[in-house]
Design a protein around this ligand. Structure first.
Ligand SMILES: [Zn+2]
Length: 167
């Protein structure tokens, strides 16, 4: 194991969440598009991701557009504690750093107050056959889609929310 020091995230305080487990809270009021920190952690290639058993750690995994996956559970900083919301106040944005490395930047989507819990929309994709019911969302937003999985383009004729399939 190499020594790895996660970068500081002075705008984030980690405390028990109102929604799930630990959460990330703003230490001070922030304007829209304020940088919270970089999503850090161990990086995996697609082959490495496929070869590994992840159990329920999916919520700490971020797959970048270059197909690298960052596991925030390993060497990550406080940004990994942002919970999911279907109506988030923060977002994750990809950017190339000065060294040409693709990084994932967490920033506010709109102004937040000191003490506000910070959320992003995980838009998870489950390649292991898990259904929406395996990643339930309890964010409480009025437009909550009931799952942390990415929205699925519903066929025209199906105007019903998918329900848990008999398992
Ligand atoms: Zn929700």
């Amino acid at each position: 194991m190499s020594k790895y020091a996660p970068s500081a995230t002075p705008c984030i305080r980690v405390s028990p969440s109102g929604v799930h487990g630990l959460g990330a809270f703003a230490t001070r009021s922030l304007p829209a598009f304020a940088l919270l920190g970089l999503y850090e952690g161990r990086r995996y290639t697609p082959a490495q991701v496929a070869a590994k058993q992840w159990n329920d750690q999916l919520t700490y995994l971020f797959t970048l557009s270059n197909e690298e996956t960052i596991d925030g559970a390993k060497g990550g900083n406080a940004t990994r504690h942002l919970n999911h919301s279907c109506e988030p106040n923060c977002e994750a944005v990809e950017e190339y750093d000065d060294a040409g490395k693709l990084v994932l930047k967490f920033q506010t989507l709109r102004a937040v107050e000191a003490g506000d819990e910070l959320f992003i929309d995980y838009c998870l994709t489950a390649d292991d056959g898990s259904g929406p019911e395996d990643y339930p969302c309890r964010c409480g937003a009025t437009n909550c889609r009931g799952t942390m999985l990415a929205p699925v383009e519903a066929p025209e004729e199906a105007d019903q929310e998918p329900s848990a399939s008999g398992a």
